[in-house]
Design a protein around this ligand. Sequence first.
Ligand SMILES: Cc1cc2nc3c(=O)[nH]c(=O)nc-3n(C[C@H](O)[C@H](O)[C@H](O)COP(=O)(O)OP(=O)(O)OC[C@H]3O[C@@H](n4cnc5c(N)ncnc54)[C@H](O)[C@@H]3O)c2cc1C
Length: 476
Amino acid sequence: MYDIIIIGGGVVGALCAEALSKYEANIVLLEAASDLAAGATGANSGIVHAGFDAKTGSLKAKFNVRGAKLMPGLCKRLGVGYKNNGSLVIGFSGDEEQLAELYARGVENGVKELSLIGKEELHALEPNVSPEAVAALYAPTAGIVCPYSLAIAAAGVAMDNGVGLEYDCRVTAIEKTENGYKAVCENGRSFEAKYIVNAAGLHSDDIAALVGDRGFSVRPRKGEYILVDKTQGKTVSRTVFVCPSAMGKGILVSPTFDGNLILGPTSEDVDDKENRQTTYEGLQKVLEGARRSVPCVRAAAITSFTGLRAVGSTGDFIIRKSADNFLTFAGIESPGLSSAPALAEYAEQTLLADGAVSKIKNGYKTERRPAKFMSELSFDEKNEYIKKDPAYGRIVCRCEEVTEGEIRDALENNPPAKTVDAVKRRVRAGMGRCQGGFCSPVVIGMIAKSLNIPYGQVTKCGEGSFITTGRTKGDQ
Ligand SMILES: Cc1cc2nc3c(=O)[nH]c(=O)nc-3n(C[C@H](O)[C@H](O)[C@H](O)COP(=O)(O)OP(=O)(O)OC[C@H]3O[C@@H](n4cnc5c(N)ncnc54)[C@H](O)[C@@H]3O)c2cc1C
């Protein structure tokens, strides 16, 4: 019997787990996929929004501003990449009124240091922005973060503090018990707890419905992206948005924390909560949109991907008690990543008020070393590591300079990686220009050894996603 079950290992569930792990409580995080950050957290723009976009008084505005404030300290503590690069919403002729509205809203929402700037200042800040842009809203407090690293690092610290993590556990039924709830998973396993936190992203409405809360729905809105080679990563220094529309913030051009350039997302309401395909039409829209803001953008794509926004039926985040001792986070679309630290803070306060947690553990852990660190060290520091452990001297991923030691740590440390994509998300092996062409065979071999399974049983991202079909060389 657990005290708390958290359903969903995205950034919201993982940060809730981390925040609650400091208490003397028996907690388990149930994730449907074979790794954390398998939903929206693994496929978004990675922007820590300043907080001017959301309607004043909305939950989105409140949690965005607070979350953005907490983000730098949280990332530092968890060893996650964060950069305060600032953002610009650029305006073309006719957009001036909308920029002024965004500015006024930002000030009301409590965003600091916002300013409206003219053409000259805009082009001095970002010389590659379209010469047709006439003004901009400048938000120096905005930032960029690696979203999946944040979820993984938070879950890692939570596990170090004793939280259990169960992959491949899709909750399909919830029964009321004498002391709380019993969550039953697709794989037949079940978990009992006194309290449930529902952070199931796109499926948070389905989970709430399992305890009778059918008062809202969540629909997917598709966003396609192009990720551009690091050679183009400095095309802009700040995140460049256009004026938002009813469908979202439009197509942005931004550096990523890891030095690539990201273009996207499109915005299309769809019905299928699992369809993450990219399309030719969608990627063309991304390129056209990006070139409208930054005409010199080159299509030096290293990959493309789709994220699905969890759009709630109220137009705002939906945060409520779906039943007694059952806290639901739903409709956590953008700015959900920026808000996540504040949502976790809210979960902690709510569970404290409900008496689900009370006593703080002795010596709980709050910090963590970055998972990929060798390439950041000086020559002498690298040598120190290699002397102690030669695995840190063997480069496996040439593009991203990831060592065997770092990959081994990703397989062994909390939360353990069990698939090729999970290794990628932790240490970036396979995320570079060759997209795993060189390192995948070694990574697969290391996963097979760590899980003690045949090479051919290793998957890309869990169930059925086998990578090899048989030997191509030799006869052993
Ligand atoms: C295209 C796009 C762009 C975005 N850009 C930004 C941005 O730049 N800045 C920003 O602040 N926000 C952005 N967001 C929003 C942000 O990504 C989300 O708000 C955030 O990732 C939501 O996290 P989550 O944990 O609520 O959901 P998710 O990350 O979706 O996690 C939910 C988890 O629950 C699991 N799950 C689902 N059902 C079950 C079940 N039955 N049992 C067990 N587990 C289950 C899923 O597998 C998943 O891992 C963007 C989103 C998208 C899609």
